[in-house]
Design a protein around this ligand. Sequence first.
Ligand SMILES: Nc1ncnc2c1ncn2[C@@H]1O[C@H](COP(=O)(O)OP(=O)(O)O)[C@@H](O)[C@H]1O
Ligand SMILES: [Mg+2]
Length: 319
Amino acid sequence: MISIFQKFESEGILGINRRIGEFILPNNPREHYPLVDDKWKTAELTRQFHVPMPKHYGVVDTFGGIQKTKNLVKDHPGFVVKPANGGMGNGILVINKTEVLENGNVLFHKSDGRVLLEKEINHHISGILSGLYSLDGNSDTCILQERLECHPFFQEISFRGIPDIRVIVYLGYPVMAMLRLPTKESGGRANLHQGALGVGVNLLDGMLTHSVCNDKLIYVHPDTKQTLSGRVIPHWLSILEMSSRCYDMSGLGYLGVDIVLDERRGPLLLEMNARPGLGIQIANRMGLVKRLKLAERIVNSADGPKDRVHRILEELKRN
Ligand SMILES: Nc1ncnc2c1ncn2[C@@H]1O[C@H](COP(=O)(O)OP(=O)(O)O)[C@@H](O)[C@H]1O
Ligand SMILES: [Mg+2]
């Protein structure tokens, strides 16, 4: 059977093999992968480069340490449990509220409305440590992270969780972007694989274009019933500049950057991906190849993040 990507390759849609052979392998040195595959290492890197990220309340890295989870989050009723080496939203639990009962038992309220007991959270963390959700299948560590609040721009269009903005950055130049909105199905996570919505974004001004959910074109958010196209993402230029800075930070030439918007702090880096998915092309109804070739034509090693954003936007305006 011919895949949707093979069918459209002739129209400039980047397929999986070409993505790896022509763009990822030559531009992403293997020794840099741990910087992005491990979210704990990414956090250290962002401190050096002064790139803001959500706060980390602590890390659980031994089975014996699981018991201390309750203490690490005791001052933070909302938090996120996350495998350091995870991907595609797997293993992420978004806890909206912690409730301490009179008998001392603790209940954790998830963003999808379900409630977990302390022993269930601990069991989940032990799964993370065993490597159940890790990208390479090896044992992992568990990050306890600040739970972000939805920016007002997203409040009426998103269902419960936190949307993120995925930007593909090639040779330091942002080339394509997509907004991802959590749905009821995706359980507070903005990953397309979990059933989140992908919305194409006009790179020039941050205006939303087409939407896809589970690979089908849709016209309103399936849960909030809101129309999405025509809305403009706030802080657009800062989002592009932050994504471009991630190239200097990671040393990866082909990169997927996930950014979230915080009402008070503006754009925050959530994570970077060394092998970003290709679904962004469906949401934008546009192939990546032309944009990647454009970046190759205009690349200038003297450019910093601001210059790179400026340069590619000027090129896009001209075409
Ligand atoms: N700190 C957080 N607060 C609220 N939601 C979060 C937080 N971290 C992650 N999420 C949700 O989970 C999704 C996946 O998180 P991410 O860190 O990108 O991990 P993965 O590598 O599994 O994609 C995000 O797009 C967001 O919707
Ligand atoms: Mg992600």
